[in-house]
Design a protein around this ligand. Sequence first.
Ligand SMILES: [Fe+2]
Length: 378
Amino acid sequence: MDTGVLNSSRVTLQEKGLEVALPDRGATYFNYYWLRDNCPTSFDSATRERQFDIFHLSQPPRPANASVEGDKLVVSWANENHVSQYPLTMLASYADGTHRPDPADLPRKAWFSDHYPSIARFSQPELMKSPEKVAEWIKAMIVEGLTIVTDMPDSNEGLTETVKLMGHVRSTFFGEFFDVRTYINPTNTAYTAKALELHTDTPAEEHAPGIQFLHCRANSVEGGLSIYSDGVAVANDFRKIDPEGFRLLSEIDIPFYCEHDTYDMRSRQRVIELDKHGEVSGLTISQHMADIFDLPQTVLDDYYPAFCRFGKMLQDDKYMMRFLMKAGECMVFDNHRIVHGRLAYSATSGDRYLRGCYADREEMRSTYRALTTEGRFK
Ligand SMILES: [Fe+2]
């Protein structure tokens, strides 16, 4: 109900909120709870956290009066000894109910099989001394999903300190790090000299780690070329040529597993993941960790052809890069977007040793925002 109480020529008090005339917008509505909760004094400048707790109000917030003074809306609250002052520019930025702009929400740029020479490369010693370079590196990770860090120290610590530039080492159920080399009794296809088909890592985890680091410490074997495809490039094309297949792969959860003597990880994932804009954000796919599809057989009549068509597309020459990783390089890539693998190699022909670990995408984006924006409290 509009009580139509006029408090000043630019503010009208209504039942649940007020209308204030904003420059360039005219009368604009704000709810009383929202206004009281977000009084600028609600936030502590030291902790930068909200210190006001609206649950402690004994009555619904209502203004005693409100007016525009200069470039601020001033509200005196009834039943409280409190006056709030809101910059009109702050009110304008929340007037439409649109989500707060996120500097880390950058459009993705798909890449194809000819991408290897133009992969964004960053020298590790330069990253260590330049926050601006780190911001560039993370931007490339968000946009292209894949970068190479060069000039890596030949040490375990070198990998850890590189990860810490964007976040923390994210453990998985097999620990903080993994070493990819040939083992006598392998627990994983990666630990053999066999070919490893394109996949994302640890799909059997409910929330698979977001960013993967693969630090090449030695690579003198015959074969073992690395292979990478951009899941976004492939899924966007798949969406155009097979919309129904795309729908199935982006809507139906399939089971993944990872099982051995002491663990039995299971999860259900969609092969194609969409973001809040409905755009393809990535993939979850792994032939060596796909469980037996426990879906109605008639659903599989349609699902399997789409799944196989998409899986073949990932390996198509249009999309798949092949190259030899060199000692001292670290591949850094979005484990929810970029599929990776390797061709078979001869285990007796030399040394091949990669040390890998993960970080999380949320932390990476957080670091990017902190490096590139003012924030509200600085
Ligand atoms: Fe892998």
